[in-house]
Ligand binder design. Structure first.
Ligand code: HT7
Ligand code: ZN
Length: 845
């Protein structure tokens, strides 16, 4: 397929004055009537070409100003001669939602109709200029016998077999949505700060109505927070959220009608874990916040995706930090960024936060665009300060409301609000790769000098890089553990720069990159004594956790690599920390978690070594055993002290205790043959404890009885059964993982048409590093087999899961050979989707 370039952007030749759609719903023959007023676009430069996007549509008829016309129709759209001035364009097309397994456009999921239009799904509904810079006001009439008929905006009319909706806010087609089905609603209401009452609804299928309360509360909190923190009010009479079982991603911010993967809405204490609750709260907030950052101000073209996604992720992180624990959120975000974005940035799929070319835009909804995009905004805020950030955002909303914007518009607002030149900062948007910052220090008895060197590695298509602006937060402690220099923001702009600190009595111990102030890899020579010191004394929670993580990592590397015994200093520091009652249990749980297998594999690769997945797995197992042994006299007390006995609340305080208790439980299970875990399993009245106990048992080859009981208990709950599928694959031993996954696909309740279920098995296999990379190659083959089966049905999800192979060049020649073979087998398939073909091609390059 062709490559699309940012530099080729041209405005569309026409503006759309208004859009009126009429849907006559039918599973295999839905009729879509459109009536669209076009006028010449005065801003267009090129000669006007009336080309409308359209895919998989059966054109019944087309008219201009009432007169039938015969456009030239291709697989991508249609072209037609049109009048000089304004004209009314009408079409009738037929589509088959029941046959739409790609879950893009109008499709059916368990008997209900739903849409997904971002990025380019509207063209599967009707002929239209399907690009975000074409914004218009939509009126929608839905005709169907189904009881609930929803679309964007406000409801203007309803009667026997129809409903009409009008959205007064001009929007791009990617924000269009329609839902129809036998749905039940949890109603609610919110009064905006200017006194307008908004009707709220969470719509679900029958049987799920008892799992909506948390989502509704999260929505109200989000609405309030956006008013309080960003001064943004909601702008329609009604806000609808719908839960859909078959969905490619988490959720979608359609104007006034957010559509969610049911996993991102439905929750009860019995069926959802604390992690699920937190994710739901964050996604509800994220989609709601898009109403201003994405919908009212949208993107000029899809290259600007980070304009809405980076900003909205940044906003939802701020929200979660405010609602829960800010340090825990920051550590979680750093873990996620390193686990997914650094991994992407360091391999063949690396691309800038604002890509400059693509074949299939769906492949660019990535950790780089979303999470690194959010980090870039965090850095901007750190550099200009909170007040200037607020001023710049007010200016952004003021200046660009109703527009389709670019990263240039975004940065200009900051330049105008602060007087700062952001041209160098802009490199964060155009240069791919994770900068490496090397830190060294000097002490001459009076002056302490910190030297920072930065290097941005070459990435596909970008051999040379220029230095970036890196906000580097640093604190200094004296040898007694007292902070002698509070957090100071060093602004690194050169390839190498030194910063001096005077007036210190002793050589200080630095606490670098506090709060993870920039998404960089810090390279600094240090000792385990110093790490243990920071773990004990640092005032910055991120840096403190990071010191513990480095300590764990160096101990693990020494075990895996040099066959050394578990480091005593690490175990001792861990023991101190775990028993420190002044520390948040959630923080203690995070500090006890070992670096992931993938993280360790990357660490070996960075040392110029070939990672051995089995040795890494063995090393982590041995370390867990050593931790359990060293804590063995403390475990029972720690477990009791952190077992929540009050009624379940899905908040940070209780959740933190439960997560810590589950970590302790998994250690106890190594010592007590599963007694404590079985007791927790039997007594659990919530999914966090039930799954925590099951997980502890499975990790020790114990829980087969509980696994069967779990399935019997939860057969009817799709989302809980997804957990049951996933947990078996995640806990399978390396030599069994592929077989366990393969056996699960034989079950009647496994279906590849449901992305959640497919990911539960195949996603878990890809995450089970030692299993996926087992020397037999069985993991590679099984995943490739299933990607080949899924691609004709659902290209988006297939392409996304190809990223399991992106780290292939780290491994030995045998593994590389096997992976290459699988990738080439996929690439050679006749009729392979554009999505998957682009991904496999980039990974192989
Ligand atoms: N803006 C949305 C991104 C999206 C999407 C969602 C569901 C299915 C397919 C999709 N393609 C793109 C989600 C968000 O960032 O909020
Ligand atoms: Zn988003």
């Amino acid at each position: 397929g062709p490559t699309i370039y940012l530099k080729d952007y041209q405005p569309f030749g026409f503006v759309v004055r208004d859009v009126s759609l009429r849907f006559v719903l039918h599973p295999t023959a839905t009729r879509v009537h459109s009536r669209i007023t076009f006028a010449p676009n005065p801003d267009a430069t090129a000669p006007r070409d009336f080309f409308l996007d359209g895919e998989d549509l059966k054109l019944i008829e087309a008219r201009i100003d009432g007169t039938p016309v015969t456009p030239e129709v291709t697989a991508e759209g249609l072209r037609c001669d049109v009048p000089e001035g304004e004209f009314v364009w009408e079409t009738e097309v037929e589509i088959a939602p029941d046959e739409n397994t790609a879950l893009e456009g109008l499709y059916m999921s368990n008997g209900m109709y739903s849409t997904q239009c971002e990025a380019q799904g509207f063209r599967k509904i009707t002929y239209y200029p399907d690009r975000p810079d074409v914004m218009s006001v939509f009126t929608v009439r839905i005709e169907s016998d189904l009881p609930v008929l929803l679309s964007n905006g406000n409801k203007v009319a309803t009667g026997e077999g129809f409903a009409e909706w009008h959205d007064p806010w001009p929007k791009p087609a990617y924000l269009f949505a329609l839902v129809a089905g036998e749905l039940l609603n949890l109603p609610g209401s919110f009064t905006t700060r200017s006194g307008k009452e908004v009707e709220l609804n969470v719509w679900v299928r029958k049987g799920d109505e008892d799992k909506c309360d948390f989502a509704m509360e999260a929505l109200k909190k989000s609405m309030k927070w956006d008013e309080d923190v960003y001064g943004r009010e909601y702008d329609l009479d009604i806000f609808n959220i719908v839960a859909v079982d078959d969905f490619n991603m988490g959720a979608m911010e359609n104007k006034g009608l957010n559509i969610f993967n049911s996993s991102a809405v439905l929750a009860s204490p019995e069926t959802a874990t604390d992690g699920n609750f937190e994710r739901i709260e964050a996604i509800i907030a994220h989609e709601y916040f898009h109403n201003w950052t994405g919908n009212r101000i949208t993107c000029r073209d899809w290259f600007q995706l980070c304009l809405k996604e980076g900003l909205t992720v940044f906003r939802d992180s701020q929200f979660t930090a405010d609602m829960r624990s800010a340090p825990v959120k920051r550590i979680g975000d750093a873990l996620d960024l390193r686990g997914r974005q650094f991994r992407e940035d360091g391999g063949p799929l690396a691309h800038p936060v604002r890509p400059e070319s693509f074949k299939e835009i769906n492949n660019f909804y990535t950790a780089t665009v979303y999470e690194k995009g959010a980090e870039v905004i965090g850095m901007l805020k750190r550099l200009v300060g909170d007040e200037a950030y607020a001023k710049a955002l007010d200016l952004y909303f003021d200046r660009h409301d109703g527009q389709a914007c670019t990263i240039e518009d975004w940065l200009k607002v900051f330049e105008d609000a602060t007087g700062r030149d952001l041209s160098q900062f802009k490199l964060w948007y155009s240069q791919a790769g994770t900068p490496k910052v090397t830190m060294s220090e000097d002490w001459d008895g009076a002056t302490y000098t910190v030297t920072l060197k930065q290097q941005v590695p070459p990435t596909p298509g970008q051999p040379e890089k220029a230095p970036q602006v890196i906000p580097f937060a640093l604190g200094l402690l004296d040898p007694s553990g007292k902070e002698v220099q509070p957090t100071t923001l060093l602004e690194l702009t050169e390839a190498e720069q030194s910063f001096t600190f005077k007036g210190l009595k002793n050589r200080p111990i630095p606490s670098p990159l506090r709060g993870f102030s920039a998404p960089v890899i810090l390279d600094r020579e240090t000792t385990n004594e110093e790490r243990a010191f920071l773990l004990a004394h640092d005032t910055d929670p991120f840096a403190r956790w990071e010191a513990g993580r480095q300590l764990a990592k160096s101990a693990l590397i020494a075990m895996i690599d040099g066959g050394q015994a578990p480091d005593a200093a690490y175990l001792d520091a861990l023991r101190q920390l775990v028993k420190d009652e002044t520390l948040d249990p959630a923080f203690r749980a995070l500090t006890m978690a070992l670096p992931s297998e993938d993280d360790l594999a990357q660490t070996f690769a960075d040392m110029g070594r070939t990672p051995d997945p089995q040795a890494i797995w063995d090393g982590r197992e041995a370390m867990r055993g050593a931790v359990a042994e060293v804590l063995k006299d403390d475990l029972t007390l720690l477990y009791a002290a952190n077992t929540v006995t009050e009624p379940f609340r899905p908040d940070a305080e209780q959740g933190g205790k439960r997560s810590f208790a589950n970590v302790i439980l998994s250690l106890m299970t190594r010592q007590d043959n599963g007694d404590a875990a079985r007791a927790q399993y039997a007594a659990a009245d919530n999914m966090t404890q039930q799954l925590g106990a099951l997980s502890a048992l499975l990790a020790n080859d114990l829980g087969s009885l509980e696994l069967g009981a779990f399935a019997d208990q939860w057969q009817g709950e799709r989302l809980v059964m997804d957990k049951w599928f996933a947990i078996q694959v995640s806990h399978a031993r390396p030599d069994q993982a592929a077989q366990v996954a393969s056996d699960l696909t034989e079950r009647p309740d496994f279906t590849m048409k449901n992305p959640n279920r497919f990911r539960a098995v195949m996603g878990a296999l890809a995450m089970n590093q030692a299993g996926f990379h087992h020397a037999s190659g069985a993991g590679y083959k099984l995943l490739a087999d299933w990607l080949i089966k899924l691609d004709p049905l659902n290209p988006q999800t297939t392409a996304r899961m190809c990223s399991a192979f992106q780290t292939w060049r780290r491994y030995d020649a045998d593994r590389q050979g096997m992976i290459r073979e699988e990738l080439e087998r996929i690439a050679a398939l006749p009729g392979l989707s554009r999505d998957t073909s682009e991904m496999v091609g980039r990974i192989l390059e």
